[in-house]
Every structure is written in structure tokens, then in C-alpha cells.
Ligand binder design. Structure first.
Ligand code: 4NP
Length: 155
């Protein structure tokens, strides 16, 4: 079985779909087989496509994320995924509250995997300027590359 990664943010329409796209692209470029998905802790946007600004920043990187649909993270996810990776501390706290005691997923904060960025959050771009989505894309790309190195291991 390939290793599996679930990215989690609040709405599953901005940060986590971009992280999903970034890791999928990084894995493809490295010739690695990974299962990648994303979900939100909240339920306001269930079934919606990613925010247009998120779609636009992904499209500028040559990636179409228009087919993704928001879903909410649930208890089953802690059995299905090897890694569940939160975008910020609030998402991580929500995951710890939701985690069943026997769940196998390893929980972490995305930027904890990036050297020099331990403890930092991927800022929520939803209520900000469009340029915030460029910063989101840079953060999730750095996080995805670091996570891929961790998963593939040395060599
Ligand atoms: P995301 O961004 O968590 O990165 O998908 C947000 C999307 C929607 C809301 C907040 C953040 N909202 O409040 O509706």
C-alpha cells in the first residue's frame, strides 16, 4: 500500500486543497506513489469546489484543482491515513479532539516539517487579499516537499 496523507484546514476550500495539489505534484515529479486527500474541520463549504483564488494560484502553477470538492474530516480518517497534516494550530487542536484513541494516523503541523519553520502556521488567506494565496502556495509547496522527503526517507 502506498503511504497516505490527508491535509486539513478549516474550510477545505483554500489551504488544504492547495497542499493536496502541491504534494500530488511533488510525488509525481519524484515518481513516488502516494494517496493524497484533503478535508476541513468545519462544515460550511461541504461539496464546494475550491475558492476561485485558490484555483487561480494552482492554475498559475499548471495544476487544475477545479474538480476537488470540500468534505469534512471524520473519525474514519484516523484509521485510513498514515499522516494527517494540519495547516494551523486551531486545525491541529480540532484533530486532537476528534482523534479516536485507537486511530493510527500521525498528526502534525505542516510547517513543522520545514527546517526553520517549526511551530509556524499556514496563514488563513480566506478573508485577506488575493496576494495572500501566493504566500499560501509558497508555504504549502515548501511543506509538501519536506513531507515528501520525510515519507520517502533517506536515499
Ligand atoms: P481554508 O480557508 O480553511 O484554508 O479553506 C477558509 C475558508 C472558509 C472560511 C475560513 C477559512 N470560512 O470562514 O468560511
Amino acid at each position: 500500500m502506498p503511504q497516505s496523507v490527508l491535509f486539513v484546514c478549516l474550510g477545505n476550500i483554500c489551504r488544504s486543497p492547495l497542499a493536496e495539489a502541491a504534494l500530488r505534484a511533488a510525488a509525481e515529479a519524484a515518481g513516488a506513489r502516494l494517496l493524497v486527500d484533503s478535508a476541513g474541520t468545519g462544515d460550511w463549504h461541504l461539496g464546494r469546489a475550491p475558492d476561485r483564488r485558490a484555483q487561480a494560484v494552482a492554475a498559475r502553477a499548471g495544476i487544475d484543482i477545479s474538480n476537488l470538492r470540500a468534505r469534512q474530516v471524520g473519525p474514519d480518517d484516523f484509521h485510513r491515513f498514515d499522516h494527517i497534516v494540519a495547516m494551523d494550530h486551531e486545525n491541529l487542536a480540532a484533530l486532537h479532539r476528534l482523534a479516536p484513541p485507537e486511530g493510527r494516523a500521525r498528526l502534525s503541523l505542516l510547517l513543522d516539517h520545514v527546517p526553520g519553520r517549526r511551530g509556524q502556521a499556514v496563514a488563513d488567506p480566506y478573508f485577506g487579499e488575493a496576494a495572500g494565496f501566493d504566500a499560501t502556495w509558497r508555504d504549502v509547496t515548501a511543506g509538501a516537499q519536506a513531507l515528501l522527503r520525510l515519507i520517502l526517507g533517506p536515499g
